[in-house]
Design a protein around this ligand. Structure first.
Ligand code: CO
Length: 463
């Protein structure tokens, strides 16, 4: 029986996060929203990941307002967001009530699909966010992720077990999140078949073209029965981004898994976004394209981070260190217990590798985040980190090694405490959304408040 393949479109989130450092503005999206809404996508990913941070930090936009505007213009297509479980969108773990508040407000502002993942695939970090999303009155779709990686310890069977656990937790669908394009076509065939055999809920595949596998991996996954694939419209596709929407639609036309989507209707939208791409490259001095690099199979840096890293090195005048850094990444990852490399673990491993290379000596400088990861603060690493490395190389006392990360989360700052902090800084009547922005990105949110909330300080508290 013919079952059309569904497409989730990433042009508004991962596309520009992967190729253009997340710099697309709402006003550059707006003219095409009505057209995008008519295509028949399964969902449009538009929020989460780095978009929230980038809105506040670089674009002078309130991310909540952007979401409201998107929702106003997308009447038929659910808006999808990417959420890092107990990390939300920040780089730390948050206490449960902050996670619950965030999910509740995101749903109320229009998120229709919550894609939830944990960088370490530790389900303890997903429980609170999944439960909160399942309880939202708007009834959003709740999607759990397998963060895909390859290492001497990872197998497809392990991913299937994890997916079953996500289904048991109440997830409506499961996504194979392959953030660096590591999933090879035949591995995808095997993994999708096993997931389809072991689970009752839809399976979605998210990949990047970093290694060059992308389109081939999708074709094998489609033949194996994957329900949904993530694609980006041509100007924001390929390289370190997703496979191309129009190509996948054309590839399946007249075939068993025909998407039924109108490729011609995508042409004017793609044309608009090609213009946007040119504007962003020009304005922010970005590179905008990345060569295929099959060595990503060794260094495993996700698309978004690779583009940031390339730009950072360029700014620091250290472009010549690029290869050293790529070589150091897998060594640091092995030391850290083979975490999948995705935000924030990719930043943590990437930063440590950068310091090792720049200092010319390994682990001479060790940021706290790296210490926290190896001592278990963010959850269990796939392989336990060598105690000798923790205690003797990194000089972390044995009593700081953490067995249960959820106990640590409970000690985190509560929503009420964050609110008090915002008020104490002189922003006397913050909305819940302001408090959440501040909880996630304190410094950038405060800078944003300074520009936009001056008038609030004129009021007396409790007035
Ligand atoms: Co991605």
């Amino acid at each position: 029986m013919a079952k059309p393949l569904q497409i989730m479109e990433t042009v508004l989130r991962d596309g520009h996060q992967s190729l253009l450092a997340t710099r697309m503005r709402y006003r550059q999206m707006e003219p095409m929203l009505a057209s995008l809404d008519k295509i028949g996508y399964k969902a449009l990913e538009a929020w989460g990941g780095a978009t929230f941070d980038s809105c506040l930090r670089f674009l002078d936009e309130d991310p909540w307002e952007r979401l409201d505007n998107l929702k106003k213009n997308l009447k038929n297509t659910p808006i999808q967001m990417l959420l890092r479980g107990q990390n939300l969108l920040g780089y730390n773990h948050y206490s449960n009530d902050v996670v619950e508040k965030f999910v509740k407000h995101a749903s109320a502002h229009g998120i229709g699909v919550f894609r939830i993942f944990d960088a370490l695939n530790d389900v303890r970090n997903l429980r609170v966010a999944i439960k909160a999303a399942l309880e939202c009155p708007e009834k959003p779709e709740v999607q759990g992720c397998l963060v895909y990686t390859i290492s001497p310890v990872h197998t497809n069977e392990m991913f299937v077990e994890l997916a079953k656990e996500l289904q048991e937790m109440g997830c409506h669908s499961v996504c194979i999140k392959d953030m660096s394009g590591l999933l090879a076509p035949y591995a995808a065939d095997d993994l999708v078949k096993k997931l389809k055999a072991g689970l009752d809920i839809p399976i979605e595949l998210h990949t990047h073209c970093t290694s060059g596998f992308g389109h081939a991996t999708y074709l094998k996954a489609i033949e194996a029965g994957v329900d949904i694939v993530d694609c980006a419209l041509s100007p924001f596709s390929s390289d370190t981004s997703q496979p191309c929407t129009e190509t996948i639609v054309a590839m399946l036309q007249g075939q068993e898994r025909d998407t039924g989507l109108d490729r011609q209707a995508m042409t004017p939208i793609a044309k608009h976004f090609l213009g946007v791409k040119k504007e962003l490259i020009e304005e922010f001095g970005l590179k905008g394209y990345f060569d295929i690099n099959v060595n990503v199979l060794d260094f495993q840096i996700p698309g978004g981070m690779l583009s940031n890293l390339a730009n950072q090195l360029k700014e620091a005048g250290m472009e010549d260190k690029y290869q050293d850094l790529l070589d150091e990444m897998p060594r640091v990852r092995a030391d850290a217990g083979y975490p999948p490399l995705v935000t924030p673990s990719s930043q943590i491993v990437g930063t440590q590798a950068t310091m090792n290379v720049m200092a010319g000596e390994r682990y001479k400088l060790v940021p706290n985040e790296f210490k926290d990861m190896v001592r278990g603060k963010f959850g269990r690493t796939p392989v336990p980190v060598d105690r000798d490395f923790i205690i003797n190389t990194l000089k972390i006392p044995a009593d700081q090694i953490i067995e249960d990360c959820s106990v640590e989360d409970a000690k985190g700052e509560t929503f009420a405490q964050f609110k008090e902090e915002v008020i104490n800084k002189g922003y006397l009547n913050p909305t819940d959304e302001d408090v959440l922005s501040y909880a996630l990105f304190p410094q950038v949110a405060e800078e944003f408040f300074k520009k936009h909330y001056k008038q609030i300080t004129a009021y007396k508290r409790d007035a």
